[in-house]
Design a protein around this ligand. Structure first.
Ligand code: ATP
Ligand code: MG
Length: 243
C-alpha cells in the first residue's frame, strides 16, 4: 500500500456536517493536518471557518462525520481533547482579563496536575517566545494591547504542550507590526515541530506560514492544495491575492 496524506494525518476531519438549526455551516468537509505541517483555511465571512475551528478543536460535535486525532476519535470532554494534544486559540481569545498574564498562562495547564517546576519551565519557554509577556507577567491582562492579549491566548494554549495548535484568525484587529511578531512566533513554533491549523482571512499572511491550504465558501471546501498551487489558482488569486 502506498503512503497517503491520510495515513500520516495527525488531525483529520472526514465528511463533517455541522448545522445551527436550519443553517448548514459545514457541508461535508474533509481536511487533514499531518505531523509537523502548517495548514491554513481561508474564506470569506460566513464561510464556516470558525465553525470548522470549533469542530476540529472538539468544542462543537458535528451532526455527521468524524474528527480523528492520531487516527483515534476525538474524546468528548474538552479536557481530554487538550490531553490528546489539541490546543485551541479561539476567536475573541476568552481570557480572564481581570487576572494577570501569568495567571492566564497557568490556566492553560491547571488541570494537568503538573508540578510547580514543570509549570515554571513552560512559563519560561513562553516568555522566551513572547518577551513582552515576561515584562508584563504581573500586569492585569485587560491592560494589555490586543496583540499582547493574542500572545497571552497563544501562550495559554501552549502551556498544555499541544501537538497541534488551532488558531481562529489570530491577526484579526491587530496592527501589522504586532501581527508580524505573532506570526514570527508561530513560524518558530512550526520550526520546532508543532503542527498548526490556521484559520485566516489574510491569505498572503497565511500563505507565508502554511505548507498547504484550503479555501472554503458557504460551508464547503472549494479549493485545496499546496501554497504554490493556491497562489496559482485563479479563484484564490482574484479573491485573495489582488491579482
Ligand atoms: N451561533 C450561531 N447560530 C446560528 N448561525 C450561526 C451561528 N454561528 C455561525 N452561524 C452561521 O454559520 C455560518 C458559518 O459561520 P462561521 O462563524 O463559522 O463563519 P466564518 O467563516 O468564521 O465567518 P467570519 O469570517 O465572519 O468569522 C454563517 O452563515 C453564520 O451566520
Ligand atoms: Mg470566524
Amino acid at each position: 500500500m502506498t503512503a497517503t496524506a491520510q495515513d500520516h494525518a495527525l488531525l483529520e476531519l472526514r465528511g463533517i456536517v455541522y448545522k445551527y438549526g436550519a443553517i448548514s455551516a459545514l457541508r461535508d468537509v474533509d481536511l487533514s493536518v499531518r505531523k509537523g505541517e502548517a495548514v491554513c483555511v481561508i474564506g470569506p465571512n460566513g464561510a464556516g471557518k470558525t465553525t470548522l475551528a470549533r469542530v476540529a478543536g472538539g468544542l462543537y460535535r458535528p451532526a455527521k462525520g468524524e474528527v480523528l486525532i492520531g487516527g483515534e476519535p476525538l474524546p468528548r470532554s474538552p479536557h481530554d481533547v487538550v490531553v490528546r494534544g489539541i490546543g485551541s486559540v479561539l476567536e475573541g481569545r476568552h481570557l480572564f482579563v481581570e487576572q494577570t498574564v501569568t495567571t492566564n498562562l497557568e490556566l492553560g495547564c491547571y488541570r494537568s496536575g503538573l508540578d510547580k517546576a514543570t509549570v515554571e519551565q513552560r512559563l519560561e519557554k513562553i516568555m522566551t517566545l513572547f518577551p513582552v509577556l515576561r515584562e508584563r507577567a504581573h500586569q492585569r491582562t485587560s491592560t494589555m494591547s490586543g496583540g499582547e492579549q493574542q500572545m497571552v491566548a497563544i501562550g495559554r494554549a501552549l502551556m498544555a504542550e499541544p501537538q497541534i495548535l488551532i488558531l481562529d484568525e489570530p491577526s484579526m484587529g491587530l496592527a501589522p507590526k504586532i501581527t508580524g511578531e505573532v506570526f514570527d512566533a508561530l513560524a518558530s513554533l512550526r520550526e520546532g515541530g508543532l503542527s498548526i491549523l490556521l484559520i485566516e482571512q489574510n491569505a498572503p499572511l497565511a500563505f507565508e506560514l502554511a505548507d498547504r491550504g484550503y479555501l472554503m465558501r458557504q460551508g464547503a471546501v472549494v479549493v485545496e492544495g499546496s501554497i504554490d498551487e493556491l497562489t496559482h489558482d485563479d479563484v484564490v488569486r482574484s479573491a485573495y491575492l489582488g491579482a
